[in-house]
Ligand binder design. Structure first.
Ligand SMILES: Cc1cc2nc3c(=O)[nH]c(=O)nc-3n(C[C@H](O)[C@H](O)[C@H](O)COP(=O)(O)OP(=O)(O)OC[C@H]3O[C@@H](n4cnc5c(N)ncnc54)[C@H](O)[C@@H]3O)c2cc1C
Length: 276
C-alpha cells in the first residue's frame, strides 16, 4: 500500500483497491538512516545473522539498553559472543535488574552515554528504537510528531469515520500510558474489529481501554524476568526471575500466536485486561 484515499488505497503496483472500512495497522520498523545492524524486521535480523557468521570471533557492540538491546545481548552472550552494551541510563527498575544479570553473564555494560551507532567501529547493532512508516502523513491523514496516525477513543480518525487504526503506528490520547508493544497491538486490533462490528449493528462502538499485567524479558541461557505491572504500565514490586521467568516468557510468546489462531476459530474469544 503506498497511499490512502477516502475510499480507496493505492498499491505499490499502481492498482487502486476500493474499501468500505480501512484499518491502518502498518506497525513500526527502522528508519532509513544507515546506523549499523538492526533486528527490527526479519530481513534486518537475517542481515545481522550473516554478518555474525562471517565474523564468528568478532565482538559485538549493542547501542541501546531497551528490551530489544537487553534480549539481544542475552542471546549473543549465550552463543558465546563477546558483547558490549552502551546506552543512556535506563529508567525502569526491570531494565536495571536485566543489566545486573547480563553483567554477571560477562556482558560489558557502559551506561550514561548517548552515542551515534554510525560512529562506532566493528560489528554494531542499533537497538535505540523504532520509527513508523510515513504512509499516514504522506496520505494527508492527521499524525503526531512521530508520524503516528491520530485516532480517537473509538480508534477512528477524526474526519475520516471509515478509517480506524491499531498498533505501533497509531497514537491515541487516552489511555495516555500506552506503549508500542505486542501487548498493546493485540487488544487494539481486536477493539478496532469490535467497533466495526458494532457499527454494522447501528451502534457507535465503545471507547478503547486496556491495562498492562506483565512485561516479560528473555535474558538468554533459559533465563528471563517477568515484571508484574500496574494497569497503567508502572512497575509493581513483584517479579519472577531466573529459569521460572524464562519459562513464563516462552509460554507467553507461544500464547500470543495461539490467541490469534483461537480468535480465528471462534470470533470474540480473545479478551484483555481492563484499563487503569
Ligand atoms: C525483535 C523484537 C522483539 C519484540 N518483542 C516483543 C515482546 O516480547 N513483547 C511485546 O509486547 N512486543 C514485542 N515487540 C514489539 C511487537 O512486535 C510490536 O509492538 C507489534 O508487532 C506491533 O504490532 P502491529 O500490528 O502494530 O505491527 P506489526 O506487527 O509490525 O505489523 C505491521 C505489518 O504491516 C506491514 N506493512 C507496513 N507497511 C505497509 C504498507 N505500506 N503496506 C502494506 N503492509 C505494510 C508490515 O510489513 C507488517 O507485516 C518486539 C519487536 C521486535 C522487533
Amino acid at each position: 500500500m503506498t497511499k490512502i484515499g477516502d475510499d480507496q488505497i493505492q498499491l505499490a503496483s499502481g492498482e487502486n483497491l476500493p474499501y468500505d472500512t480501512l484499518v491502518y495497522a502498518v506497525g513500526s520498523g527502522a528508519s532509513n538512516e544507515n546506523r549499523g545492524y538492526r533486528v527490527v524486521s526479519e530481513p534486518e535480523a537475517e542481515r545481522l545473522r550473516a554478518a555474525l557468521a562471517e565474523a564468528p570471533d568478532a565482538p559485538v557492540t549493542i547501542v541501546g539498553a531497551g528490551l530489544t538491546g537487553v534480549e539481544l545481548a542475552g542471546a549473543l552472550r549465550e552463543a558465546g559472543r563477546a558483547v558490549k552494551l552502551v546506552s543512556t541510563a535506563p529508567n525502569r527498575r526491570a531494565i536495571r535488574a536485566h543489566l545486573r544479570f547480563l553483567a554477571k553473564q560477562g556482558v560489558e555494560i557502559e551506561l550514561g552515554r548517548r552515542v551515534d551507532p554510525a560512529e562506532l567501529d566493528g560489528l554494531v547493532v542499533d537497538t535505540t528504537g523504532f520509527t513508523v512508516p510515513g504512509l499516514a502523513a504522506d496520505s494527508g491523514l492527521p499524525v503526531d510528531e512521530f508520524g503516528r496516525l491520530l485516532v480517537d477513543e473509538r480508534l477512528t480518525v477524526s474526519g475520516h469515520p471509515n478509517i480506524l487504526g491499531a498498533g505501533d503506528a497509531v497514537h491515541l490520547e487516552s489511555p495516555s500510558y500506552l506503549r508500542a508493544a505486542c501487548a498493546t497491538a493485540l487488544p487494539m486490533g481486536a477493539h478496532a474489529a469490535d467497533v466495526i462490528t458494532a457499527r454494522r449493528q447501528g451502534k457507535p462502538g465503545e471507547a478503547f481501554g486496556m491495562g498492562y499485567v506483565l512485561q516479560c524479558t528473555d535474558l538468554g541461557s533459559g533465563r528471563g524476568r517477568v515484571q508484574f505491572l500496574h494497569p497503567d504500565d508502572t512497575e509493581r514490586a513483584i517479579a519472577i526471575d531466573g529459569r521460572a521467568g524464562g519459562l513464563v516468557k516462552e509460554t507467553i510468546c507461544r500464547m500470543s500466536v495461539r490467541w490469534l489462531t483461537q480468535e480465528r476459530e471462534r470470533a470474540g474469544r480473545y479478551s484483555w485486561p481492563a484499563g487503569a
